[in-house]
Design a protein around this ligand. Structure first.
Ligand code: IFM
Length: 440
């Protein structure tokens, strides 16, 4: 039985624009890099795209009703940059911004606090055509975008996240090329990571200069790294991979420098850093968002596979390892001067079946219960965790995996757009009701 969480602890559900909104060409929205990529033959597992997705752009009132019915305090969503500034640099699209006004007011009206993310990967294609995140100019366009959104919505959202998972955008988008924009160049990927960090720091400065009321932060995908064996080679590799995923982003933010071991390993692929950049990046953040799904087991010999090793996995093949979340949060609190940690994403894809209008996803409910308990353990060990959000509210477009992988606690029938609360949603709702009842 998980003990009651501290008063003020925030529970939420999370989504992102491209994964649920659909309405790709509606009301002046222009293509993002994910529209282009998902329409590229062979890029997405089932050949699909986000043109319609969950049609959340039109069905948001019903979706917010569901959010409110769960009893969560927070709804984490992202703004689609090409919806509010279609070409990324020119005129603002009033209709696009009006959608987010309705969404934010709709959440507040239902007693749910909005948590806003500016960049959950859907860069306007027009900016990609000018070099995308590899071009320093994009940094300044992002700052303008952040300021515009803050001026319109910053008085009503609790927090503004600059970027969701910069490692994913940089490495999967520009080095391995499995995500948009589908490029394969390590030096470019590292330059992109630097520009993402720089735009984060400059946006924070601009928003604070504008008197931002919302809490400001960034969200990283993180996991603890465990060497597969005790060999020196495995331990060295695990240390380096921790550097590439975690320290590469957190050292600049908290200490104003890139980690030496990672720079050394990059050699000529290290990014070009201009004078003053590191100080610009190292701005105080009000919270660090942590997206956790699994741990990383590192072997110098061959890739470690959880299933082959006989460990329990989700439908993504990711090991179910709740203890890793405790370890991660406790270590973050120990290694960096973090004010507040929010688990901004946690959840699992499972092969759900709809049976007589119900989805008995005990596997997902168990996954969530175990990870919530892991958060409780982390708090007990002193980690400053202030919130937890389930990924995801709805089944949605799971990027290169298409619609085949379902992360939602609410099932979406894509043919009819019918929503069905899975048993995991009912578990979460009942868990939150018990938490509320246990509060003094
Ligand atoms: O669906 C994604 C989300 O967009 C970012 N974090 C990981 C999730 C699951 O893969």
């Amino acid at each position: 039985m998980t003990p009651p969480f501290p008063p003020g602890f925030v529970w939420g559900v999370a989504t992102s624009a491209y994964q649920i909104e659909g309405a790709a060409g509606v009301d002046g929205r222009a293509p993002s890099i994910w529209d282009t990529f998902s329409h590229t033959p062979g890029a997405i597992a089932d050949g699909c795209h986000g043109d319609i997705a969950c049609d959340h752009y039109h069905r948001w009132p019903q979706d917010l009703d569901i959010v409110a019915s769960l009893g969560v305090q927070a709804y984490r969503f992202s703004v689609s940059w090409p919806r509010v500034r279609p070409d990324g640099a020119g005129a603002w699209n009033a209709a696009g911004m009006d959608f987010y006004e309705r969404l934010v007011d709709g959440a507040l009206h239902r007693g749910v606090t909005p948590y806003l993310t500016l960049n959950h990967w859907d860069l306007p294609q027009a900016l990609q055509d000018e070099g995308g995140w590899g071009a320093r100019d994009t940094v300044h366009r992002f700052v303008e975008y952040a300021q515009h959104v803050n001026r319109r919505l910053g008085d009503r959202v609790r927090s503004i996240t600059t970027h969701n998972e910069p490692w994913v955008m940089a490495v999967l988008g520009h080095q391995t090329g499995v995500f948009a924009p589908g490029l394969k160049n390590r030096a470019l990927a590292m330059q992109v990571s630097h520009h993402l960090l720089l735009s984060h720091g400059l946006a924070l400065q601009a928003l604070r200069a504008d008197g931002a009321q919302a809490e400001l932060g960034i969200v990283l995908n993180l996991s603890p790294f465990h060497p597969a064996t005790d060999s020196q080679a495995d331990r060295d590799k695990a240390r380096l991979e921790d550097g590439q995923l975690r320290r590469w982003y957190l050292d600049p933010i908290y200490h104003g420098k890139y980690p030496d071991d990672v720079l050394q390993a990059l050699g000529p692929d290290a990014p070009l850093v201009q004078r003053g950049d590191m100080a610009d990046i190292a701005q105080p953040i009000d919270f660090l968002g942590v997206n956790y799904y699994t741990r990383s087991v590192v072997s110098a010999a061959e890739p470690w596979d959880a299933k082959d090793a006989g460990h329990e996995t989700t439908d993504m093949g990711w090991e179910i390892y709740p203890r890793g979340l405790t370890e991660l949060l406790v270590n973050l609190g120990r290694d960096y001067p973090v004010k507040s940690l929010i688990v901004t994403e946690n959840g699992g894809a499972f092969a759900d079946q709809v049976v007589h209008g119900r989805v008995h996803d005990e596997d997902r409910a168990r996954y969530l219960a175990q990870h919530v308990a892991a958060v409780s353990d982390a708090i007990a060990q002193g980690a400053p965790v202030t919130g937890y959000m389930v990924w995801s509210l709805l089944d949605n477009f799971e990027w290169a995996f298409g619609y085949g992988k379902r992360f939602g606690i609410v099932h979406v029938d894509y043919a009819t757009q019918r929503r069905t609360l899975k048993d995991s949603a009912l578990w979460f709702r009942d868990f939150l009701a018990r938490q509320k009842a246990a509060r003094p």
